[in-house]
Design a protein around this ligand. Structure first.
Ligand code: SF4
Ligand code: SF4
Length: 84
């Protein structure tokens, strides 16, 4: 064994469907606060967050607006904003 652990993940998760127009709130990331810790990425049930050099980025085509990412972010860098 090499000691290296690899986890195969599909992003978005297998079976994820596009959010359509029914999402009532969307997560908005304040990149100036984001520490790129990856906790939102880990908790998002749809696997629609990527951690980039700029910080966390949400794929709004698949995000369901559940708010878990905002609730779990340790530095409160994600705000849920009402869809218009
Ligand atoms: S949990 Fe918060 S600080 Fe961590 S990567 Fe996500 S948005 Fe950034
Ligand atoms: S609101 Fe829910 S589905 Fe959308 S990015 Fe956050 S955790 Fe994922």
């Amino acid at each position: 064994m090499s000691g290296r652990v690899e986890v195969l993940l599909s992003r978005p998760v297998v079976g994820a469907v596009p959010a359509g127009t029914w999402r009532t709130e969307r997560p908005v990331v304040d990149q100036s606060r984001c520490t790129k810790c990856g906790i939102c990425w880990l908790y998002c049930p749809d696997g629609v967050i990527q951690i980039t050099d700029q910080g966390a980025v949400v794929d709004y085509a698949y995000c369901k607006g559940c708010g878990i990412c905002a609730a779990e972010c340790p530095v409160k860098a994600i705000k849920m904003v009402r869809e218009v």
